[in-house]
Design a binder for this molecule. Sequence first.
Ligand SMILES: [Cu+2]
Length: 109
Amino acid sequence: MPPGSPTLAAYMTITNSGESEIRITGVSSTASRSTELHEVKMEENLMTMRELPELVILPGQTVELKQGSMHLMLIGVNQSLQEGDEVEIQFELQDLPAISITVPVRKEI
Ligand SMILES: [Cu+2]
């Protein structure tokens, strides 16, 4: 997290160990006004980000959310967040109950 920044990126690895596809249709967090699923693209030598409407993970597939690639963007972050705090992120899934995970806050990597 850059100091004073109102946005945070979240990185993680998601594995679908089930036998049917998982479709993430929405993301929210306890620490930000809104949370978006982003993808990074190179356009005319510029890194740009765009919001993905959903993320599909096929059975057996692992998707990495990492720097320079897909990531979660927490927008309008609670400024009292400190390194070491934990943020709860909730994923809305199509045809499945929502899933919540907890991620630690770290300084920019
Ligand atoms: Cu982003």
